[in-house]
Write a protein that binds this ligand. Sequence first.
Ligand SMILES: NC(=O)c1ccc[n+]([C@@H]2O[C@H](COP(=O)([O-])OP(=O)(O)OC[C@H]3O[C@@H](n4cnc5c(N)ncnc54)[C@H](OP(=O)(O)O)[C@@H]3O)[C@@H](O)[C@H]2O)c1
Length: 376
Amino acid sequence: MTALKYAGMDDTDSEDELPPGWEERSTKDGWVYYANHEEMKTQWEHPKTGKKKRCAGALPYGWEQETDDKGQIFYSDHINKRTTYFDPRQAFTIEDMQVKPKRYDGNTTALEVLHDCDLSDKVVVITGANSGIGFETARSFALHGAHVIIACRNQSRAMKAVSLITEEWRKARVEAMTLDLASLRSVREFAEIFKARKLPLHILVCNAAVCTQPWNLTEDGLETTFQICHLGHFYLVELLQDVLRHSAPARVVVVSSESHRFTDLVDSCGKVELKLLSPPQKEYWSMLAYNRAKLCNILFSNELHRRMSPHGVTCNALHPGNMMYTSIHRSWWLMTLLFTFARPFTKSMVRRVFVVVFGFSNLSAIHLTNHLQITF
Ligand SMILES: NC(=O)c1ccc[n+]([C@@H]2O[C@H](COP(=O)([O-])OP(=O)(O)OC[C@H]3O[C@@H](n4cnc5c(N)ncnc54)[C@H](OP(=O)(O)O)[C@@H]3O)[C@@H](O)[C@H]2O)c1
């Protein structure tokens, strides 16, 4: 009974007994209606309570719905070899309440977005989850029961994040694994270790980023912002795509930014200019590099969605909000100043009030439309 109560299925008919002359019936697709034999009428509402109800689940094992010669539905219990006109599903009916779609705004927390979600059968990997948006995402998933792997370049910062979450909930299944997106070797090692563990992967959040970094080349000879924000994630998804497919339904979420709108990847003739992605030092402007990487995030997400969604793996990009006070500004004093001034007016990590749009807005870089699809 407790289990039924938990499932909202303990609403038996004992409390709202029917007045004499009434009979409870159900339609083929499980809607309950009421027939009055004296007045020869039917109605959807319960004659006493006025509530509408529907059957809570499928027919019990071994039962089948059939139609007799007069077109009336009856039910066969193949195990006990008996038939009845009473729908056995009526033993468990639930009130038909209009479920209002959830509304989110800038004050909604990630925990509120996930309210009612049991993620205990999900495995989640989040890159750069030791701070800011990634941390809040990891925390929210873990507090909803998911097995969360925070993939970070710095193990001591990662372990601190793990202990903050487990301090909040002792049973949280959260752990850290090393991943440095600035090194393709590290990405490969991460994927190999992850695969060796034979875990499924239901949600991969590509969140890690750097912004306004001075020009620097990675060990792979590529510009750092581009490699961390985009290429490292691209390679990670590439290496884990078979795991994602086997774990379907699964999803990849790419944390992009509205700032992708302030750049382009094409030359004056409209042709894609690949050398803009990893420019030499003299052509480098850090903010532009970030914007381009964020544009790559969206183009990648859209294309990945096109290729993987037929296999049950969806991919979406999102913009988390403007100028949220995280560590993202730390590389440039001017950014820190801007973020500090904006801080009272923007979403905050400290108050943990921000929406991580896990319904995920699919930002189309080509059409620059912003269309939100809530799918949880
Ligand atoms: N904050 C905003 O207003 C804002 C606005 C639009 C979009 N975003 C996006 O939101 C996402 C999260 O940013 P945030 O604001 O939460 O910033 P954040 O606090 O600085 O978080 C960025 C994370 O990325 C990690 N990271 C950096 N380089 C890495 C590497 N080579 N390998 C692995 N991890 C690395 C950082 O780890 P370390 O601590 O080790 O450096 C950190 O955990 C980013 O994709 C950002 O572009 C943020």
